[in-house]
Design a protein around this ligand. Structure first.
Ligand code: ADP
Length: 260
């Protein structure tokens, strides 16, 4: 719909702006970090070294932020290819099980016989990690993070939120948590770049904007279901390679199912 086009275009130009600023700013930060490091080394043992270390620390925080901005602006080259979502999920699971924290129980349920999707593996990983990080932040006192994948058959009149999807087989990825949940006014703004409810220095407000951008570009959707006090479920739908080919008007005589 037109609404969706506008939204996508607005996010794209914001992304370009953010990417441009992040790129230039990163170069400036590199100079500051360099000289601060010289002072730390040359002035070892003096109060100047301790002050310069503070400058370097702030510089590194700034540099982390600009990297997030660059990721949001999606400056890196994207290489979509037929992917098995469960393979990507298995890699994310390994990483998360080491980093998510002991107070959170991670449950992964990989669905069987999923068709391949057309996506960039690094981007899909980023999407799931961004959602997992949000889930973790929503459960400071502990809880369950459940990630599951399944087959979804989308017919012609299926409407996901404001988006109408091309019919065909899709892969559904759900990321659920038992955290704080989101009131409606937060859900309404959650995909806006720089919208965050987290304290300054902890949230960039780019996590869900990045997820939205990547999913839209891949021909998929992202939807939030949340109950304050109980938790949140984020549902991703990614078209299978068959659905992508059909939407492009190609014939699909062979099936592209990856298993395992
Ligand atoms: P950030 O995490 O940096 O704040 P995001 O774009 O990822 O940026 O999220 C925007 C806001 O949406 C968060 O600040 C938070 O209020 C809300 N949010 C996102 N995911 C969840 C979740 N799983 N549970 C509760 N609130 C969430």
């Amino acid at each position: 719909t037109e609404n969706r086009m506008h939204r996508t275009q607005r996010l794209e130009s914001l992304g370009q702006l953010a990417g441009g600023i992040a790129h230039d700013f990163n170069n400036i930060l590199a100079v500051i970090l360099n000289y601060a490091t010289f002072i730390v080394e040359d002035g070892a043992g003096t109060p100047y070294a301790a002050d310069a270390e503070q400058i370097a620390r702030a510089g590194r925080r700034g540099s982390e932020l600009t990297h997030q901005l660059l990721a949001f602006a999606r400056r890196e080259v994207i290489r979509p290819r037929p992917l098995d979502v469960n393979t990507v999920l298995a890699e994310v699971e390994q990483m998360l099980s080491r980093s998510i924290g002991e107070h959170i129980t991670l449950v992964v349920r990989a669905g069987t016989d999923l068709p391949a999707v057309m996506a960039d593996p690094g981007q899909l990983e980023q999407v799931i990690v961004n959602l997992a990080v949000n889930a973790r932040d929503a459960m400071p006192g502990g809880g369950r993070l459940i990630i599951d994948t399944s087959l979804a058959t989308i017919d012609a009149d299926y409407i996901a939120g404001r988006a109408r999807l091309d019919p065909g087989p899709y892969v559904r990825i759900r990321v659920s948590d038992t955290g704080t949940g989101m009131p409606q006014e937060v859900i309404d703004k959650a995909f806006e770049p720089f919208f965050t409810t987290k304290p300054a220095g902890q949230g960039t407000g780019l996590g869900l904007a990045t997820v939205y951008g990547i999913m839209t570009q891949a021909g998929g959707t992202v939807h939030i279901y949340s109950e304050p006090g109980y938790g949140t479920t984020i549902t991703l739908l990614l078209p299978s390679t068959d659905a992508v080919a059909e939407a492009a008007g190609e014939s699909t005589s062979s099936s592209t199912t990856l298993d395992g």
